[in-house]
Design a protein around this ligand. Sequence first.
Ligand SMILES: NC(=O)c1ccc[n+]([C@@H]2O[C@H](COP(=O)([O-])OP(=O)(O)OC[C@H]3O[C@@H](n4cnc5c(N)ncnc54)[C@H](O)[C@@H]3O)[C@@H](O)[C@H]2O)c1
Length: 323
Amino acid sequence: MKVVITGAAGFIGSNLASTLLKRGDVDVVGIDSLTDYYPVDNKLRNLDGLQDDRFDFVDADLATVDLGPILEGASAIFHQAGQPGVRKSWGDEFAVYTTQNVLVTQRLLEAARNLDSLEAFVYASSSSVYGDAESYPTSESDRPMPMSPYGVTKLAAEHLATLYAKNFGLPTVSLRYFTVYGPGQRPDMAFNKFLRAAINDQPIPVYGDGTQIREFTHVADIVEANIRAWKRRPQPGSVINLSGGSSVTVNEVLETIAGITGKTLNVQRLEKVAGDVFRTGGSTLLASDLLGWKPSIDIETGLRSEYEWLLGLETAERQSTNV
Ligand SMILES: NC(=O)c1ccc[n+]([C@@H]2O[C@H](COP(=O)([O-])OP(=O)(O)OC[C@H]3O[C@@H](n4cnc5c(N)ncnc54)[C@H](O)[C@@H]3O)[C@@H](O)[C@H]2O)c1
């Protein structure tokens, strides 16, 4: 059985590929153009961890590559590729977001439309579609009102997925991820920055006063939900929240990091950034109903897993520069 993972060199895509390969019952085709949104070395390191006879990597841009031969015979497409990040999506960069998030998704949906082998097209959507939501925990039927251009592109692509399900019966499932963390997390994301700064005794940059509330979801839980979205065959066009189960403030996260690292943190407060919402938090009732999924990793255990991963990387780096 063959599955295709777009964005396979990225944070979530590489974790998903790794889990699927460990199962040993699928051939995984990973595709990624190694964009420079963050250092390409991080992506090459992710790919290094995927060496396996059952893994094929295609270095290509989804906006232009001939998708037919790549998707041929696929049972599932896990569409994780995209241009992430709320802050950079303003201004001239918006064109990159519309290409990587909207156009690429439309190309994939179009190419997947006549694939007889396809059981699931799983799209990595985002809690950013909600913006400052009407209520908490936010449910899938609440009106999406993105607060950032990034959120607008993620919502547009989600609507495309639902359209292809309604019009052509494509088995799409959009999973709205609430801030994902854990081993492999992108270097531009808060926990990664906080933990690296703590390990290296550097100042920790925090946007706003730290009272903002987030629901964080461990990448292992996100991976599990992706696999369930394929295996459980929810109604085509489904849109499902994946949120981590515990709402915490950024200040509480910092306290937990101080506890895990045993360090006194040097927190540096920065201006709140346009597009950042005050709170995210989602209902997981639908995920439980349709996928039998609920988050299994609490914030302290999850942060510890990311800390240990980063500590390993930092130690290896120090050793290689001392040689
Ligand atoms: N990390 C989170 O907290 C989070 C939250 C909500 C939604 N998401 C979504 O999940 C997906 C994965 O996020 P991530 O954090 O792993 O990001 P990531 O940047 O680590 O991974 C995305 C990968 O897609 C690749 N890519 C981008 N455009 C491409 C193109 N045109 N052709 C081929 N490859 C391309 C990039 O090179 C990158 O490796 C994204 O779609 C993101 O919007 C992530």
